[in-house]
Design a protein around this ligand. Structure first.
Ligand code: PLP
Length: 406
């Protein structure tokens, strides 16, 4: 694969025009961060400025005279097609951690007579913290974790209330078969919660097609909603009436502004709202979700797979670098993880060479890929710089010994 061939692929890319709808990053930097934040939609600064202007003019009237309060549901409907959900099943707000709590509490209440929550010992830490503490607080339940690498489906039985999984392993990008695992859990009457943080906006998910129960995910990774963007929660239509939120708040009430003292859940997915939406953050997030409107999702996810395959192919030619991710794109989530015992130093050296990647212990070097803004030639150039760093040993410089924290 040559640089020329990558340029030719970019010229033939039906989604190439979308890159111009993102603001350029720092000059000369190739940006492949896989965790903390995606690129900036070009429309974000104006949307933020417009919202600040609304605030200045309307002040409290903003709540009644603008659509501030409708944003969580409106954004949920804009996100829904990206994760394969029909409208009315997604609400945007809070954080992934908080939404995990809401989903797990709701699912457990729907399976009162079952004891087990089945998850994975190597799940993303926040997912584990939420489940451990919620289960400890509720009592009478047990968190059962499959050891790293073992199949969590083997732990599912008739006493399983909930299968609680990340769609994608945050260290390796290995992706579970969402549809098959959902069916396996449902076959014994369990409910399933998926954390889509490392797949939404990068790969096809098809929640409705998989007959999913609950899902959550974050807004700031592949969805490009900005630092600390609102997260989201999905529940299938068929469950809405049965959901009694444990974390209840006035924004999830059926008649918020009548100020009733008795709790009555809002109809539909809106009952998962808790408090006042973060209006400014929603305004920025909306510019990111608007980028998905009208694009060919099939082409987007195919492009993401091709970009990932390109990382795999080019990394294969670099001495000393291994592959931590599956080589088959159908088994990978949003990023590609390479492997090296000195991954932290290599990521730091890449940074100094203008390539932003990310490191996760012990040995993974992650390249996050967006079908919306990455070009094949950027992957080529990043892998060329990685090859140079490995050949000349630049990463051994003591200045890179500490790696980088984020
Ligand atoms: C990024 C990520 C989160 C983020 O959680 P927040 O509460 O939004 O900070 C949660 N779970 C997974 C799997 C993630 O990758």
């Amino acid at each position: 694969m040559t640089r020329e061939e990558c340029l030719a692929r970019d010229r033939a890319d039906p989604l190439a025009g979308l890159a111009a709808r993102f603001a350029p990053g720092a000059e000369g930097t190739l940006y492949f961060d896989a965790n903390s934040v995606g690129a900036t939609p070009r429309a974000a600064p104006a949307a933020m400025a417009a919202m600040l202007e609304q605030w200045r003019h309307l002040r409290r009237r903003g709540w009644s005279e603008s659509d501030w309060l409708a944003a969580p549901r409106r954004l949920g409907d804009k996100l829904a097609p990206v994760i394969g959900a029909a409208l009315g099943q997604v609400v945007v707000g809070d954080t992934t951690s908080v939404n995990l709590f809401k989903a797990l509490a709701a699912a457990l209440a729907m399976r009162p007579d079952r004891r087990k929550v089945v998850g994975e010992a190597a799940a993303f830490p926040t997912d584990l913290y939420v489940a451990e503490r919620l289960i400890a607080g509720l009592g009478g339940r047990e968190l059962v974790l499959a050891p790293d690498g073992a199949d969590p489906a083997a732990l599912i039985d008739g006493d399983t209330a909930v299968l609680y999984l990340s769609h994608v392993d945050y260290r390796t990008a290995r992706m579970h078969d969402l549809k098959a695992l959902t069916a396996r859990a449902q076959a014994v009457g369990a409910l399933v919660i998926w954390d889509l943080s490392h797949s939404a906006g990068a790969v096809a998910i098809g929640l409705d097609a998989a007959n999913a129960d609950f899902a959550v995910g974050c807004g700031y990774k592949y969805l490009c909603g900005g630092p600390g963007a609102p997260a989201y929660i999905y529940a299938a239509h068929r469950h809405h009436d049965a959901i009694r939120p444990l974390l209840a708040g006035w924004m999830g009430h059926a008649r918020t502004f009548d100020f009733p003292l008795a709790y009555e859940p809002a109809p539909g997915i809106g009952r998962f709202q808790v408090g006042t939406p973060a209006v400014l953050a929603h305004a920025v997030m909306e510019t990111a979700l608007d980028l998905w409107a009208g694009i060919d999702l099939h082409a987007a996810f195919a492009k993401h797979a091709a970009l990932g395959d390109l990382v795999v192919t080019l990394a294969n030619g670099i001495d000393g670098i291994g592959l931590a991710s599956p080589s088959d794109a159908r088994e990978r989530g949003g990023f590609v993880a390479l492997r090296h015992p000195n991954a932290a130093s290599i990521v730091a050296a890449l940074g100094a060479a203008g390539v932003v990647a990310s490191h996760r212990p012990p040995d993974s070097i992650r390249f996050g890929l967006s079908p919306l803004y990455h070009r094949h030639v950027e992957v080529f150039d990043a892998m060329t710089r990685l090859g140079a760093i490995m050949r000349d040993g630049a990463w051994r410089d003591p200045q890179f010994a500490k790696g980088s924290k984020i």
